[in-house]
Design a protein around this ligand. Structure first.
Ligand SMILES: *Cc1c(COP(=O)(O)O)cnc(C)c1O
Length: 369
């Protein structure tokens, strides 16, 4: 049972759709598939423009840094992925400053506003909707609203790699929202997507940058249902399949609702057996538990019960475990996961097993309280 917050399991109907013969990307057949996928992405994002890139999510992060920073970037670092935005700036010699917090702590609206007011060179802000390193939700929409009120020309770039497909995002003040294929979209890795505002498109067109990740070139091509370079045809076919499946089975809002319910049922169940939630503001993409027993718990889950969950990275590598909620996770899988954590705590002599986790999960998930 793969319950890591990315990669997530690829559903069988998606694997089947991707098993067909490879079609040439410069054909009317593929252009029709591309057009349909684009339409579905417009529905998913609710933004003015959208581009697909043949890369992992980090490629889209790089494209946004290079194409949307014309002067100086402000990066928000509450974990591995926020830190990455800064590393990209460094690699391209792009001027940036960073607001750094502990991995369980969201950035405050005030500190971002203060930073942009103190430095008029900042023309783009880079932040995670969900910082996956600790499962933390940043107040991105509030920050975006406050910054836009101060200066509407500052670009707000949100990494939504573990947020798009998880929850409804208010994109009204966002200029770019990034996602990747292997998290909530349940595809193999290798495809990145960026939703863009008209303001972002204008800025990109004013000064186009780079070659492979030149967004001006991509926008122009993708508006005619083709790509600048060879498209990731198989992954795009898979993307059309997963998005139309979600749409035809209750729609995106129903998926967000199920994910939110599963996340809160999981959290309540784990709190009830004495677990500590790591982030101060948890995102619905995953549940992150802080415990020194994390490695031992993960080992028991994997070897004894066949449940694969994630640990941490860097300084909290062996201090947290993360359970995924993204995608089409079955209720019985999530229920089994909390039950096995309770069994592991019993085996480790932390707490005697009495079925509490399972009971609390089911009561919340299926009885609604
Ligand atoms: C996984 C992840 C990334 C990195 O994406 P890759 O596809 O590994 O390049 C970036 N940001 C967040 C929030 C992620 O969860």
């Amino acid at each position: 049972m793969l319950l890591t917050p990315g990669p997530t399991p690829v559903p069988e109907f998606v694997r089947k759709a991707m098993a067909d013969i490879t079609i040439h990307h410069r054909t009317p057949e593929f252009e029709a598939i591309f057009a349909e996928t684009r339409e579905l992405l417009f529905e998913l994002y609710g933004m003015d423009e959208v581009v697909m890139l043949a890369s992992s999510g980090s490629g889209a992060m790089e494209a946004c840094i290079t194409n949307l920073t014309h002067k100086k970037a402000l990066t928000i670092n509450s974990g591995k992925f926020g830190e990455r935005f800064g590393k990209i700036c460094k690699a391209f010699d792009i001027d940036y400053s960073e607001i750094k917090n502990e991995w369980n702590t969201p950035v405050s609206v005030e500190s971002v506003l203060e930073a942009v007011k103190a430095d008029s060179d900042i023309d783009a802000i880079f932040i995670q909707l969900c910082e996956s390193a600790g499962g933390l939700r940043h107040p991105v929409e509030e920050i975006a609203a406050a910054v836009k009120e101060y200066n509407k020309d500052i670009m707000i770039v949100a990494d939504g790699i573990t947020a798009i497909g998880v929850e409804k995002i208010d994109v009204s003040n966002l200029d770019a929202v990034i996602t990747g294929s292997q998290k909530a979209l349940m595809l193999p890795p290798g495809l990145a997507i960026i939703g863009l505002s008209n303001d972002a498109v204008s800025k990109i067109e004013k000064k186009s940058r780079g070659f492979y990740f030149n967004l001006a070139t991509e926008i122009k091509k993708q508006r005619t249902n083709t790509t600048a370079w060879t498209a990731a045809t198989t992954l795009i076919i898979g993307l059309r399949e997963i998005l139309s499946n979600i749409k035809n089975n209750g729609g995106f809002d129903a998926l967000y609702e199920q994910t939110a319910l599963r996340a809160s049922a999981t959290r309540e169940a784990l709190l009830a057996i004495g677990c500590e939630i790591y982030p101060k503001t948890p995102a619905n993409a995953m549940t992150t538990i802080y415990t020194e027993n994390a490695p031992a718990i993960r080992k028991i889950l994997k070897t004894k019960y066949g449940v694969n969950i994630a640990g941490g990275q860097d300084h909290i590598k062996s201090l947290i475990f993360r359970i995924n909620h993204m995608g089409l996770v079955e209720d019985n899988e999530a229920s089994w996961a909390v039950n096995t954590v309770e069994l592991a705590l019993d085996e480790l002599g932390v707490r005697t097993f009495d079925g509490t986790a399972s009971k609390v999960f089911s009561t919340k998930m299926f009885k609604g309280n």
